[in-house]
Ligand binder design. Structure first.
Ligand code: SF4
Length: 233
């Protein structure tokens, strides 16, 4: 515990001023063969994946196929991976037993459903990495409002969020400047995209993630678990 605590603190001193591709590049060099990216291929995923591809398109990109995703997400994953030249895609799925247990569970217990369809499959692969890169941003508010680009995750894994400080204008500018394709459902008002039973379009002016688990207190699926509150570092 103390080791990861001190390690993150030291990494922040050296790399805390970086973000985007520069931050990914620095960590890919410092943790060769041990850095993985997690992506839902959702509404803003192209921006992070483009930054990853600029560093090294063969970096492992983990995609969790919950078996409840929109068909459009699968099609977008294929076309965006091709467009960016990503060659390290790893599609991770729940086991047959987990799928049986999770059948229809989103109607009665969304936490248990996320555990079976997302958290457990991700847990089976994440321990193979020292660093996991994700696309979380402060601009998405709620419990993401104060995230740092470098954080301590469970089991001593370092969580890297290269876009943590990017606001909506910078994200939109990246789509424009880099000619990145949008997820097809963005045009229908879906601003954050997960499983179809738990994702709704966002009303004009609404929070980006307000369409996820709408009507419940849940705002995260559970895969982004930190070891301890950021303020203690
Ligand atoms: S987002 Fe919904 S359908 Fe997907 S795993 Fe979580 S509860 Fe289940």
């Amino acid at each position: 515990m103390i080791d990861i605590f001190a390690r993150v603190k030291a990494l922040r001193v050296v790399h805390g001023h970086l973000d985007g591709a520069e931050l990914i590049r620095a960590f890919a060099a410092e943790f060769p063969g041990s850095l993985g990216v997690i992506s839902s291929f959702g509404a803003e995923a192209a921006v992070l994946l483009d930054q990853v591809a600029q560093v090294d398109p063969s970096l492992p990109v983990i995609f969790i196929d919950t078996d409840e995703l929109f068909d459009e997400t699968h099609a977008y994953r294929e076309s965006l991976s091709r467009r960016l030249g990503l060659t390290g895609l790893r599609i991770v799925r729940p086991t047959d037993e987990e799928l049986r247990e999770a059948d229809g569970l989103w109607r009665s217990d969304i936490d248990a459903c996320c555990t079976l369809r997302k958290v457990r499959p991700f847990d089976r692969v994440r321990l193979g990495f020292e660093v996991i890169v994700d696309g979380r941003k402060r601009a998405h508010g709620r419990n993401r409002a104060e995230i740092h680009t470098i954080e301590a995750g469970e089991d001593g894994i370092i969580k890297l969020s290269p876009l943590a400080k990017w606001d909506q204008r910078r994200i939109d500018a990246a789509f424009e400047e880099r000619g990145l394709p949008r997820h097809p459902l963005v045009a229908e008002g879906y601003l954050s995209i997960g499983c179809w039973p738990c994702t709704r379009p966002v009303a004009p002016g609404g929070e980006v993630r307000s369409g996820r688990w709408a009507g419940s207190a849940k705002s995260e699926c559970g895969i982004h678990r930190l070891l301890y509150p950021d303020a203690t570092i």
